[in-house]
Write a protein that binds this ligand. Sequence first.
Ligand code: ITT
Length: 193
Amino acid sequence: MTTFVLATANTHKVTEMTAVLAELGIEVLPRPEDLAEVDETQDTLVGNALLKARAVMGASGHASVADDTGLFVDALNGEPGVFSARYSGEGATDEKNVAKLLTALEMSGSENRSAAFRTVIAVVYPDGREIVVEGVLPGRIAEIPVGDNGFGYDPIFIPDLGESRTLAQMSLAEKNEHSHRARALRALAATLR
Ligand code: ITT
């Protein structure tokens, strides 16, 4: 069985990734507890995903899998994009990031609410091999946050699935059926085969 050490420090991502990877027959080991969070110094999802996977592979000596995700809003020229985690600045929280995004969209004066979640998954092996795949979920930004499930920007993201629920109104299983992260992880499984 394929086993990877998970490079993410985000517990919500850990839950989602563990469930999707289990379905794909891939086992995960937890991130080393004593490893400090890796500074995301790159300006691309690929760059940051590779940074995280390389750091955790270096610390664990084991093949590692990292996720870097961003929400790209068309009317904001792709913002917050790769900077989604720190969008509202020092001490950013999910609530502050969501509020800032809704305000920015209102200030833009645009009626275009289309957006996409993009996830890059990177795997780094001890022998230096690296795999990079991407998953995309197109959708639109809701007028107000709705739903209690999920995390991050889920309450304001309505995926293009032919209905009007936000990701935060979906169960974990439903999100994992359609999400950017699940799509990237399935692409990874296809690459490994
Ligand atoms: P790690 O780097 O430890 O994996 P992180 O939370 O820093 O965790 P990212 O840099 O990838 O992860 O996250 C960017 C931002 O996008 C952050 O604010 C998340 O809350 C948000 N985000 C990531 N995946 C999301 C998802 O599936 N749904 C909603 N928001 C998400």
